[in-house]
Design a protein around this ligand. Structure first.
Ligand SMILES: Cc1ncc(COP(=O)(O)O)c(C=O)c1O
Length: 428
């Protein structure tokens, strides 16, 4: 999506947006997305659909900084779990649903690893504007997320297969049945997700950090972040771009393979470098399917791949892959020293640690990690990790290569006897 910025009345200083939050004279200013409406100027105000998304915060975390080998005061967690549906998706969904409203759609659909479906479902139920259909891979969704789609009354189709299969089918269904598609290949989703960047910069007094680190799945955030930063620079509202680091799970690492191993890093951004369909056909014929405990990023065919490559190009990006062990250890650090997050978000902390060990990130750099989803989205993995040596650990985590719960905080079983309870308490 491109705007003719000469025809948009963009405030001359980013500080004007801050004032809107403190006064909230316009109901749209309760939204952490539409507060920045001139920076995504595609909708007339009376068509905007909002449920108060984007009231999220940037938290400095010294304990996570130390875990990653960073100096105190250098690491920040952008906590998107505070959104109404508990993940960053609401930033984009408000924009997609607004566009759906503008074109008079009454039905919307998505494929999902769980958070997109929760987000679309809550917009459907809260606003009453859309009937919602969601496609998920069977057995491929965390319980917290499935419970949201069901509770928000979305028609939920559990498809035999994984996210990549569900994505392909929902596109076919939407095009045959004329249903509005709300996955992040919908460009309006990405317009809304730009607001995550606006809020990060606002929290840092509009001084860009050195790094923004984000887990990569379908690469909607990566693409939206690059676009937001480039537009702010084009508008003269910031004068330099942070670097982007995208972190794949090792079991779903298409971007990492293409960018760091197959050399796309060196020629992307040009039309001859776009990744063609036959790349994925060959990959799947070779039997490769995505597999990671971070189910939100268990995606091998990222729909925004080419846009993400442009973003990485503009922001001097790097891509890394991290194992499930590192993801869960990083996640446990966030829980103990920041807001809790779901497994996929732990990838960004694990990624910072790895980039710090490689010397790519300096200890004094200012780094923002995006925590994409709330801790309660996937309680099974969290409980299995903290239970340490347990059946849950062996059943759920070990098959994915997680061998120890380095930071486990295991519950203590004790008889209902005061003396025995006091014995435990005295050791506390
Ligand atoms: C919690 C969480 N983190 C990360 C991602 C990946 O985001 P993106 O598709 O923008 O790369 C998702 C996508 O479903 C998610 O739900």
């Amino acid at each position: 999506m491109r705007y003719d910025w000469d025809r948009v009345a963009v405030p001359g200083s980013l500080r004007e947006f801050e004032g809107r939050w403190s006064t909230r004279r316009n109901p749209l200013d309760f939204s952490g997305v539409w507060r920045f409406r001139e920076l995504l100027p595609f909708a007339p105000e009376d068509k905007i659909v909002t449920i108060g998304e984007g009231q999220t915060i940037l938290q400095q975390s010294n304990s996570v900084a130390r875990y990653c080998g960073m100096n105190d005061s250098s690491l920040f967690l952008q906590y998107e779990g505070l959104n109404p549906s508990g993940s960053f998706k609401d930033n984009g969904m408000t924009a997609a649903v607004t566009h759906a409203h503008m074109v008079g759609a009454t039905q919307a659909a998505c494929a999902s690893t769980g958070n997109t479906s929760a987000s679309l479902a809550i917009f459907g139920s809260c606003t009453g504007l859309l009937r919602v259909l969601v496609f998920i891979g069977s057995g491929k969704i965390a319980y917290g997320k499935l419970s949201q789609a069901l509770d928000y009354n979305a028609k939920t189709i559990q498809l035999e297969g994984d996210f990549d299969d569900a994505m392909q089918r929902v596109r076919e269904v939407c095009s045959q049945a004329g249903i509005y598609l709300c996955n992040s290949l919908n460009p309006f989703r990405l317009e809304g997700q730009k607001a995550i960047i606006f809020r990060i910069l606002e929290s840092l007094a509009w001084e860009p950090p050195d790094w923004i680190v984000v887990p990569g799945g379908n690469l909607g955030n990566t693409s939206a972040f690059g676009k937001a930063l480039l537009e702010l620079k084009e508008l003269g509202l910031i004068n330099r771009l942070p670097r982007l680091a995208v972190i794949n799970a090792a079991g779903a690492n298409t971007l990492h393979e293409l960018y760091e191993r197959d050399g796309l890093r060196w020629n992307h951004g040009r039309p001859d470098a776009t990744v063609r369909e036959d790349y994925f056909v060959a990959m799947e014929a070779g039997g490769r399917r995505a597999a990671t405990l971070a189910s939100a990023i268990e995606i091998n065919r990222p729909v925004n791949l080419n846009k993400a490559l442009r973003a990485l190009d503009a922001c001097d990006g790097v891509v890394r892959e991290v194992g499930d062990q590192e993801i869960l250890d990083g996640k446990a650090q966030v829980g103990a020293g920041g807001f809790g997050c779901e497994p996929a978000s732990g990838a960004s902390v694990a990624g910072v640690k790895q980039l710090r060990e490689e010397g790519v990130i300096a200890a004094s750099d200012r780094v923002v990690c995006i925590l994409t989803g709330h801790q309660l989205k996937d309680p099974n993995v969290t409980v299995a990790y903290h239970s340490g040596k347990s059946d849950d650990f062996d059943r759920l985590l070990r098959p994915s290569g997680v061998n120890e719960a380095v930071h486990a905080n295991s519950p203590v079983a004790v008889e209902n006897d005061l003396e025995k309870i006091m014995e435990v308490v005295s050791r506390f």
